[in-house]
Write a protein that binds this ligand. Structure first.
Ligand SMILES: Nc1nc2c(ncn2[C@@H]2O[C@H](COP(=O)(O)OP(=O)(O)OP(=O)(O)O)[C@@H](O)[C@H]2O)c(=O)[nH]1
Length: 303
């Protein structure tokens, strides 16, 4: 039996559909999907098995022009993820075509070309455009950079994604698997659970609290009765934000807790008791420690 294994980086502008594609390939919800851009803050990996091949995805933060320090760290993290991978897949959106941001990403791909690395293009959201437009876009993009392969996909509907997965599988190098077969993600479950709570917070509080909050799972206890007790802390950047998260008489955090609990319980397939605490951690956006915890290299933030 010949096994294969390797890393695949999905890169692209925010909202291109990286998380959706990752979730489809991996078949489990490891990365949050919302309508808001730049939700992916962690370098989350998912693992897909395709025949005898283990495909390990590096789900990089969206690539965009950095504004704040955290943004710079995210962009640097995205490119670091790409450099570590055997294969890079650039996602662009069919209906948006070749944007300025897309061109900039392709230019960086050219500049950072790594010997032996394979680079493919995936035009996503093909459900939104006509076939002729896809042909034109394929030619237009490949004229700037000759991608090894171009895939026309709809990550959301699953069109073309199996074909892409097969190509990835056969393009990775021969070698032993890097993770146990039954492992769906190398993220500890507690981090996935924290992401689920953060997703509920983001959906509920999107206007009031853009990105300045994090959720960490503090304690995790699998009880003998088959249930799991999870304690999580919601960190906000300012004292004033605490009240927003709590809501009137704690109604907001209660609703968020109920929604998150239901999702975590369904993911774990067991009853869950979820306890949420809101704490203030001022200036977390500038704490180097936090970047490290989020999988971002702070030093790269100055690049
Ligand atoms: N119509 C359509 N929508 C899609 C498709 N793939 C993804 N989307 C939608 O596009 C939006 C963004 O998808 P994400 O997967 O969150 O994008 P992302 O690239 O991970 O975004 P960031 O985390 O911000 O970098 C979501 O609302 C998805 O439902 C597709 O094939 N067709």
């Amino acid at each position: 039996m010949t096994t294969r294994a390797g890393f695949v980086a999905l890169i692209g502008e925010p909202n291109a559909g990286k998380s959706t594609l990752l979730n489809r390939m991996v078949g489990a919800k490891v990365s949050i999907v919302t309508h808001k851009v730049q939700t992916t803050r962690t370098r989350i990996r998912g693992i897909a098995m395709a025949g005898e091949t283990q495909i390990i995805f590096v789900d990089t933060p969206g690539l965009f022009r950095p504004r704040r320090r955290l943004d710079r760290a995210m962009v640097a993290a995205a490119w670091t993820g790409a450099a570590d991978a055997e294969i890079v897949v650039l996602l662009i959106e069919a209906h948006r075509g070749l944007t300025e941001g897309g061109k900039a990403v392709i230019q960086t791909l050219k500049d950072r070309a790594i010997e032996g690395q394979r680079v493919a293009l995936a035009i996503n959201k093909i459900d939104k455009v006509k076939a002729e437009a896809l042909l034109r876009l394929t030619e237009e993009v490949n004229a700037i950079y000759p991608f090894e392969e171009t895939f026309l996909i709809s990550a959301e509907r699953g069109h073309g994604t199996e074909h892409l997965k097969e190509w990835l599988a056969q393009s990775l190098p021969e070698g032993p698997w890097l993770y146990p077969e039954d492992q769906i993600a190398d993220l500890p479950l507690r981090m996935i659970a924290a992401e689920m709570t953060r997703e509920k917070l983001t959906l509920r509080l999107h206007q009031e609290l853009p990105y300045e909050l994090t959720v960490e799972t503090e304690a995790w206890e699998d009880r003998p009765d088959g249930s799991t007790k999870i304690d999580q802390i919601i960190y906000v950047a300012r004292d004033g934000h605490k009240g927003i998260v709590l809501g009137h008489k704690g109604e907001t955090v209660k609703t968020i807790g109920q929604q998150a609990r239901a999702e975590i319980a369904s993911f774990l397939d067991r009853p869950v008791h979820l306890f949420l605490t809101v704490k203030v951690r001022e200036n977390w956006l500038n704490e180097s420690e936090r970047y490290t915890e989020m999988g971002l290299d702070f030093r790269d933030g100055h690049a």
